[in-house]
Design a protein around this ligand. Structure first.
Ligand code: ATP
Ligand code: ZN
Ligand code: MG
Length: 306
């Protein structure tokens, strides 16, 4: 279901220009060093998103790694095993370390000797918040959070809008079904305001997550049929094919059941998250308004404070 249609607007900078001027190659697809000019805009987006923070939301910033157990229990492994990155290490065993380094120095590989640790790379910013909220006991008023982390997804690509390492900021709500569904819908209704503030063309469309395998495709169809996920699409690489820069997700009782989070009436809590793809929004801004921030519309610079 398309709610709004993007008008085909000119993009001021091509993906190659954005790449050349704002990123620097690190010789791995989807992993880039970022220039000061780019980071100034990322900081501006951080401040701007802060002005949108729901009243009463508690702030947490999470590291780029989370416990493997948390991701396993959350169901990520079942749904997106192909995207997950695991931290492996040689550890402290002197023999293992010496053998591995010697093998590398003899022209072989050391990495085979590394063992999976208790850590995985965070695939989204919101996963750690559910067990934290679960410890608070039965929920009477909706719990609101503002969370962020560096995220990793194993989807190497040469496109500037599909990174392996990128930043995500999310507003999360946990509470009774009706309030949670209203939270998600109200944020979707604010998409035109957000896109307008940033001077970006947008459309909203129903979406599904890239669940793994045949069974996963069915879950994806269920998501669309039940309107569980919507995306804000913004032209980044070409005016015609837009990129998901924000998503509006309703998880129903999935995390409530997983973490034993209940509302005061004893029912499983529902959860929703509104995700800002910070790097995608930054790239979209440069693509739309040009690689020189000095040339951007005054109103947009004002909103970002850049
Ligand atoms: P897509 O359909 O483009 O793969 P997604 O559905 O996987 O996106 P979400 O899981 O909803 O995305 O993640 C929240 C937001 O994080 C997305 O709307 C997007 O802005 C950003 N994001 C997701 N994957 C990437 C990526 N590989 N590179 C950069 N940003 C990303
Ligand atoms: Zn989320
Ligand atoms: Mg994806």
């Amino acid at each position: 279901m398309t709610i709004a249609t993007p008008d085909i607007a000119r993009l001021a900078a091509s993906p190659d220009e954005v790449l050349a001027r704002l990123f620097t190659s690190m010789n791995v697809d989807g992993v880039y060093g970022r220039t000061g000019a780019y980071e100034d805009v990322v900081d501006g987006l951080g401040r701007y998103i802060g002005t949108l923070r729901p009243k009463g939301a508690e702030v947490f910033r999470f590291p780029p790694v989370v416990s493997r157990a948390l991701i396993e229990k959350s169901g990520y492994l079942k749904s997106f095993p192909h995207l997950l990155g695991c931290v492996c290490a040689l550890g402290a065993d002197p023999k293992r370390v010496t053998d591995a380094v010697a093998r590398y120095e003899a022209g072989g590989t050391w990495a085979d000797s590394a063992e999976p640790s208790e850590l995985v790379l965070a695939p989204a910013a919101c996963y750690p918040i559910y067990p934290i909220a679960a410890k608070r006991g039965a929920i009477s008023d909706t719990l609101l959070f503002d969370v962020a982390s560096d995220c990793f997804r194993r989807e190497p690509s040469k496109d500037i809008d599909r990174l392996q390492s990128f930043r995500m900021r999310e507003f999360v709500a946990i509470g009774a079904p009706v309030e949670i569904s209203v939270f998600r819908d109200q944020w979707m209704a604010r998409a035109p305001e957000i896109a307008g503030d940033l001077g970006l063309n947008h459309s909203i469309d129903a979406a599904s997550d890239p669940f793994f395998g045949r069974e996963g495709q069915m879950v994806g169809r269920f998501q669309v049929a039940n309107a569980l996920k919507f995306e804000m699409l913004i032209p980044v690489r070409s005016p015609e094919s837009a990129t998901a820069c924000m998503s509006f997700n309703c998880h129903k009782d999935h995390f409530g059941l997983t973490w034993g989070m209940n509302t005061v009436d004893g029912e499983p809590a529902h959860t929703a998250c509104v995700a800002f793809g910070v790097d995608r929004l930054a790239v979209a801004l440069f693509a739309r308004h040009g690689v020189e921030v000095g040339g951007w519309p005054k109103a947009v610079r004002g909103k970002l404070g850049v």
